[in-house]
Ligand binder design. Structure first.
Ligand code: ASP
Length: 448
């Protein structure tokens, strides 16, 4: 049995927490490969090491030298090492990092040092070998992960090792330069290691006891989700449920490796299991979880007889493609088509240019723009073949006095996306949560 364990920033925040991590690893012999984030916040108002390093990069760009922010990084790591009573020569390691940061002058390289240093400390604490992600995680020409090469190199590096600590968050590009994933990317690194060693389980240790059915900032004390399928996870994390990086399922999915979300500070809690979709067992809830995001723009296009005009959608999509704009959803009717786009992509006059070009491309009767739209995703395998789910959903939203601006339901019946005005976002989420989770009738839909 092999378990790969990834520990997030809060779990690595200080010596006491790192000791906790060491205890968790010691409690199970199967926990052989460990992936770590950089130390995160120790308390509200504290600064994550990664953020200090981004500041360091700005300092280097402006002055050529690491400044005060890097000094804080050094103090944090030296503090941790002395707290843990390790004999690691941290000062030399930090001096080397400083020199390299000043030489490389690269933002990604600078940010990556948080995970590098944290993995060095963790390896020393556990007495495990350290494996630098730079040597095994490789990005391809297009900037995306080169999965095949990465899995092979990681497997080779870990073969024959009983235990190891691998640094999270970064790898190396084709030119031999360090490149990071997007923020929170150590989750992806953990999934890569799990895939490479053929782990039985990818344990992702964080500071919450698993996935919650809803954002706790909106609904007080929402239910914990005991089991999620990969597909449900993808839908929920894409739509803002951010326990796990949304790209972390790709490496493990193809190998059917389950992910278990666990809480470093409450290891006895069950957490959430994320399982291959085929292994998902219906737990009784029609809806597994609710997530959402604010600030979308809808571009609505209407033209009579649109349905018989061959190439209509192609021409409109061509406009978006030329401007490098991706869209989230495309609900359509016989003579209408809408594009839901993240408003951030349409700033600085882009929206105006796009609508003009759509007019030129397809000569529509109407092009209208609605902004300040929020999307709410109601996700769950239990919705499929469950009669009356949408009726309950829309009834609940209507009872809350919220107007639905857009609806999109995938034919897999895994999710229903509802668009509402930003100002109604929280109200709508509360209403949906109450309908599917807190009402007496909440549990079971009628299965057709
Ligand atoms: N340390 C990085 C961040 O703060 C990556 C990670 O923790 O996964 O985003």
């Amino acid at each position: 049995m092999i378990k790969v364990c990834k520990f997030g920033g809060t779990s690595m925040a200080d010596g006491i927490n790192m000791k906790r991590v060491a205890d968790i690893i010691a409690a199970d012999k199967a926990r052989r490969f460990v992936v770590v984030s950089a130390p995160g916040k120790r308390f509200g108002g504290d600064t994550k090491i990664t953020d200090l390093l981004y500041r360091t990069h700005t300092d280097v760009k402006e002055t050529g030298h690491c400044g005060e922010a890097f000094q804080k990084v050094c103090e944090r790591f030296c503090g941790i090492v002395s707290e843990l009573g390790l004999s690691l020569d941290m000062q030399t390691i930090l001096d080397d990092a400083r020199r390299e940061i000043e030489e490389e002058k690269s933002e990604d390289f600078t940010a990556s040092r948080g995970e590098y240093l944290s993995a060095r400390v963790m390896a020393a604490l556990l007495g495990f070998e350290f494996v630098d992600a730079r040597a095994v995680v490789k990005f391809g020409e297009n900037g995306n992960l080169d999965g095949e090469l990465t899995f092979r190199l990681t497997a080779e590096a870990l073969k024959g090792k009983r235990c190891a600590v691998v640094s999270g968050f970064y790898g190396e590009d084709r030119k031999g330069k360090v490149k990071t994933f997007s923020r929170g990317g150590s989750d992806v690194s953990g999934a890569i290691v799990a895939r490479a060693v053929g782990a039985d389980c990818y344990e992702n240790w964080t500071d919450v006891s698993g996935f919650l059915a809803c954002d706790p900032r909106i609904v007080e004390n929402p239910e914990n989700i005991r089991m999620l399928s990969y597909k449900e996870l993808r839908e929920l994390s894409y739509m803002g449920a951010n326990v796990l990086h949304s790209e972390s399922i790709f490496p493990v999915r193809e190998a059917d490796i389950p992910i278990r979300i666990k809480n470093t500070f409450r290891p006895e809690d069950e957490g959430t299991d994320i399982v291959p979709t085929a292994k998902y067992r219906f737990g009784g809830r029609v809806v597994t979880g609710i997530a959402g995001k604010k600030d979308f723009t809808v571009i609505f296009v209407e033209k009579s007889m649109m349905n018989s005009e061959i190439g209509f959608a192609h021409k409109v999509l061509g406009v978006l493609e030329r401007h490098g704009i991706s869209f989230e959803h495309m609900p359509s009717g016989i003579d209408t088509m809408s594009f839901v786009i993240d408003s951030a992509l349409l700033k600085n006059g882009v929206l105006e240019i796009i609508t003009k070009e759509i007019e030129q491309a397809v000569n529509p009767d109407v092009v209208r723009v609605f902004d300040d739209i929020s999307l709410i995703a109601v996700v769950g395998h239990g919705m499929s073949r469950s009669v009356g789910t949408s009726a309950r959903l829309f009834d609940a939203i209507a009872r809350a006095g919220v107007n639905v601006r857009m609806i999109d339901q995938g034919s897999s019946e895994l999710n229903i996306i509802v668009g509402v005005d930003n100002e109604n976002y929280e109200r709508a989420i509360r209403a949906v949560y109450e309908e599917f989770f807190t009402k007496k009738t909440a549990d079971f839909g009628y299965q057709a």
